[in-house]
Design a binder for this molecule. Structure first.
Ligand code: WTA
Length: 679
C-alpha cells in the first residue's frame, strides 16, 4: 500500500505506521470486544437485525428511506423531492420543494400536541449552590416568541445573519430558536473566542446584529462577553443592534441606539409570532470552523435536511425514550451543541440539560453530581474531559450514585482505549453501552457510531456507518482501498464519503469555490473528511485523526495556519511553523517553532508575549504549549518548510525523520533535536 496523504495515518505497512498520538499505536493490539449489554436490548429503537435491514434499505433506495424519515417532523408543505445532489460540480439539495420551520418542530408542535408541560431544558448553573431551573416546552415557546419579536423590533428580518456570543445558558438556545423561527441565519461564536476572532466572524458574514450576555461564568470566573463585543465592534463596522441579556449583573457599557438590554427592550413586545414558512433549502445557520489553510470557514447548513438528520440520528444513536434526561456537555458554540444540546433533542421532545460550568468546578465530581441531581439517563461528553477526570482516580466518581445512567457517549476526537475502559468500567460500572460518535461540523450530525442496542463495542473504534452513510478509504492517489460493503479487513486510508446525506453542509458562506476546493477536489466526486481511518475485519471503522494541518486540542479543532498567522503578527517574529504533538489530557497540544528577526533575542519575556499574542488573536483555547525558538526552520531547496520533520521532532520521535537529504541545510535538524531534548 502506498504512502497516504500525510503523516497521521495508519497503514498495514509497518514502515509507514506513523501516528500522531502515541497511544493510538496500541489500538490494534487491543482487539477486545464488548457485546451489546443486556440492558441496551430492552425496548431498543434498533436491534442488530433492524440495523442490517434499515442500513441496507438506506443504501439501496436512499430516496424512499429519507422520505420515510422526513415524516418524523412536520412540514407545512410536504416535499415531493428527496435527494438531488452532485459532487462534481458540487450542488447538494434535499427535500428542495418542502416548506417547514425548525422552531415549529423543536418547540410549537410539542405544545400543540398537549406536551407543553414536558420539560425541554434543565439549566444547571456554574455555581452549584445556586438554584437550577426547569423550562417546560410551553414556557420555552413563550420565551422564544418574546426573543423573536424583540429581534424583529431591532430590525432583524428573514435571511439576516445574527451573531450569537453567549454563555451556556437557556437564553443561548432561545436565541438560536428565535432566529430559526423568523428565518434569520444564526452564527454562534463560542464564548471562549477573543474579540479579534469574533470580529472576523461578524465581518465574514456581514452580520448586522449581535446577541450576547453581560458576562458568562465558567468555574467561578467571569468571562466579559459584552466587553469583548465592544472591543470586536471597534474593529468591524456595520453592526446596527446588540441585544444584551442580563445574566451575571456585571456592569456593561451600553452604546446608545446600538445596544439594548433584553429585559427592557423586549419587555413590551407582542406575545404572538408565527413560525415563518421556510423552504427546505433556505439557510439555517453558519458555524465557523478551522481548516488547514487561511481563516476559518463559515460552514452553512440548510433547514430541511439538517432537521431530518438531527432528529433521526438523535433518535437512533441515543435510543432516546420519552421522559429521559439527556445531558450533552458540549457548548452551543460548537456543532455538537447545535445538534445535540438544542435541535436533535428538542425535535424529539426530549429533556436536554444545559450546564453552564466546567467538569472540574467546584471539584472533579461535578458531572456525576449533576447526573445524580437531575437523574440523567444519557450522558455525552468529550474524551479530553474523561482523560482529565480519570487522572483524579475513581473516588470522585464512586462517591456519587450514577444509578440513573443508561447510556454513555463520546465525541470530538479519537478516544484512547485506556480512557474508554475507564469510562466503561468506572463511570458505567461495566454495564452501560458507550457510543463513540464520529462526525464533523460539516456533517451536521453523527456519521459513524455503534448503535447501543445493535452493535458490540471495541474501545477506540467508532463502529459502523449510520443509515445512508457510505464511507470509503482511499490512498494518496485516490485509489479505493476499502468501501462499505466489501469485506477486506485491516486496511487504512483517507476517509471519504461517496454519497450525500441530508445533514451535509451545503456550502461555505459566500465562497462556494472554497467549499468545492476544500472538500471535493482532493478526490474528485467524493467528500473528503480530512481524517485518516482504518477498517478492521469486522467492518468496524477506527478514526486515527486528521491527515491535514488541522489539530484537535481538547476536542477543539484548530488550523495550525491560524496560530502561525497570530505569531507572525509580533514585530520580532520572522517566521513560525506550528504542529500538534501528543498531549496526555488534550489529545494534541500546540507546538510552535519560531524564528526571530535579525538582532532579536529569544527569552522568557518574549515567550509570554507570544503566548498572549495568540490568546488575543484567537482565544485562550489556542494557548501554545511549547514555543521553541530556532535560528532556522528545515526547508527544501525551493523554500518549502518540511512540516513532516517538525512534527516528528515535536513528538520526540527522532528516529524516523525520513529523508532529510532534500533539505537546503540538513544541520538545522540536529539543532532542532538538541533544542527539543532540552525542553
Ligand atoms: C474529530 C465535532 C475520532 C475528527 C463533532 C473530525 C473524532 C473532527 C470523533 C471534527 C470521534 C470527532 N472519533 N475523531 N468520535 N469525533 N472527531 O468539526 O478529526 O469540531 O474530523 O466536529 O473531530 O471536529 P468538529
Amino acid at each position: 500500500m502506498g504512502l497516504l496523504l500525510n503523516h497521521r495515518t495508519y497503514s498495514t505497512n509497518a514502515e509507514s505506521v506513523d501516528s500522531p498520538i502515541v497511544w493510538r499505536e496500541q489500538v490494534s493490539e487491543h482487539q477486545d470486544w464488548f457485546p451489546v449489554p443486556e440492558s441496551a436490548t430492552k425496548d431498543t429503537h434498533c436491534s442488530a437485525a433492524d440495523y442490517n435491514r434499515l442500513y441496507t434499505a438506506s443504501i439501496s433506495d436512499p430516496d424512499s428511506f429519507w422520505a420515510e424519515q422526513a415524516k418524523r417532523i412536520d412540514w407545512f408543505t410536504a416535499p415531493t423531492k428527496v435527494g438531488n445532489w452532485s459532487y462534481d460540480p458540487v450542488s447538494i439539495k434535499w427535500y428542495e420543494d418542502g416548506v417547514l420551520n425548525l422552531c415549529h418542530n423543536a418547540v410549537d408542535r410539542h405544545v400543540a400536541a398537549g406536551k407543553g408541560d414536558a420539560i425541554a431544558f434543565i439549566f444547571e448553573p456554574d455555581e452549584p449552590s445556586k438554584p437550577s431551573r426547569k423550562v417546560s416546552y410551553a414556557a420555552l415557546q413563550a420565551e422564544v416568541i418574546r426573543m423573536a419579536n424583540t429581534l424583529k423590533k431591532m430590525g432583524v428580518a428573514k435571511g439576516d445573519r445574527v451573531t450569537i456570543y453567549m454563555p451556556m445558558v437557556v437564553e443561548g438556545a432561545v436565541a438560536m430558536l428565535a432566529c430559526a423561527r423568523i428565518g434569520a441565519i444564526h452564527s454562534v461564536v463560542f464564548g471562549g473566542f477573543s474579540p479579534e476572532a469574533l470580529a472576523g466572524r461578524i465581518e465574514d458574514c456581514a452580520s448586522r446584529f449581535v446577541i450576547c450576555a453581560d458576562s458568562g461564568l465558567r468555574g467561578g470566573k467571569h468571562v466579559p462577553l459584552k466587553a469583548n463585543v465592544d472591543a470586536a465592534l471597534e474593529r468591524v463596522s456595520g453592526v446596527e443592534g446588540v441585544l444584551v441579556i442580563e445574566h451575571t449583573g456585571d456592569p456593561c457599557n451600553m452604546t446608545p441606539h446600538r445596544d439594548h438590554w433584553y429585559h427592557e427592550y423586549g419587555a413590551d413586545v407582542p406575545s404572538e409570532c408565527p413560525c415563518e414558512p421556510m423552504n427546505a433549502e433556505d439557510p439555517l445557520f453558519i458555524l465557523y470552523t478551522s481548516g488547514s489553510t487561511g481563516k476559518p470557514k463559515g460552514v452553512l447548513h440548510t433547514i430541511g435536511g439538517y432537521s431530518v438528520w438531527t432528529a433521526t440520528t438523535f433518535h437512533y444513536v441515543f435510543d432516546y425514550k420519552p421522559g429521559e434526561v439527556f445531558f450533552c456537555s458540549a457548548d452551543i458554540g460548537w456543532v455538537t451543541g447545535h445538534s445535540y444540546v438544542v435541535y436533535g433533542p428538542l425535535q424529539n421532545g426530549a429533556t436536554s440539560l444545559i450546564f453552564e460550568g466546567i467538569p472540574s468546578y467546584p471539584d472533579n465530581g461535578r458531572f456525576w453530581d449533576i447526573v445524580d441531581r437531575h437523574q440523567v439517563n444519557i450522558f455525552y461528553t468529550a474524551p479530553t474531559a474523561l482523560r482529565a477526570l480519570m487522572r483524579d482516580g475513581d473516588a470522585p466518581v464512586k462517591a456519587r450514585s450514577r444509578k440513573s445512567l443508561r447510556l454513555l457517549g463520546t465525541v470530538g476526537e479519537p478516544i484512547n482505549p485506556e480512557a474508554w475502559r475507564w469510562y466503561h468500567a468506572t463511570v458505567g460500572e461495566g454495564k452501560l453501552p458507550i457510543v463513540d460518535t464520529w462526525w464533523q461540523t460539516e456533517t451536521g450530525g453523527t456519521m459513524i457510531t455503534t448503535l447501543p442496542g445493535a452493535h458490540g463495542m471495541k474501545p477506540g473504534s467508532a463502529g459502523r456507518p449510520f443509515f445512508g452513510i457510505r464511507p470509503q478509504l482511499v490512498d494518496a492517489e485516490g485509489q479505493v482501498i476499502a468501501d462499505e460493503g466489501d469485506t477486506r479487513g485491516d486496511v487504512s486510508g483517507n476517509l471519504c464519503i461517496t454519497h450525500s446525506w441530508p445533514g451535509q453542509a451545503r456550502t461555505v458562506y459566500g465562497d462556494h469555490e472554497r467549499f468545492e476546493q476544500t472538500y471535493f477536489s482532493t478526490y474528485k466526486g467524493k467528500y473528503f473528511t480530512g481524517d485518516g481511518c482504518r477498517r478492521d475485519g469486522d467492518g468496524y471503522w477506527w478514526i486515527t485523526g486528521r491527515v491535514d494541518d488541522v489539530i484537535n486540542v481538547s476536542g477543539h479543532r484548530m488550523g495550525t495556519a491560524e496560530v502561525e498567522s497570530a505569531l507572525v503578527l509580533h514585530d520580532k517574529v520572522a517566521e513560525a511553523a506550528v504542529v500538534g504533538f501528543p498531549h496526555e489530557i488534550k489529545g494534541q497540544g500546540i507546538y510552535c517553532y519560531v524564528t526571530l528577526n535579525a538582532g532579536e533575542e529569544p527569552g522568557a519575556e518574549l515567550e509570554s508575549e507570544l503566548r498572549m499574542q495568540v490568546r488575543q488573536e484567537i482565544g485562550p483555547i489556542a494557548s501554545p504549549d511549547h514555543i521553541h525558538f530556532t535560528p532556522a526552520l528545515p526547508k527544501t531547496r525551493s523554500g518549502k518548510i518540511m512540516r513532516r520533520i517538525l512534527r516528528k521532532i515535536a513528538e520526540n520521535d527522532f528516529g524516523a525523520l525520513g529523508d532529510t537529504s532534500t533539505l537546503a541545510d540538513p544541520s538545522v535538524v540536529d539543532s532542532l533535536i538538541e533544542g527539543r531534548k532540552n525542553r
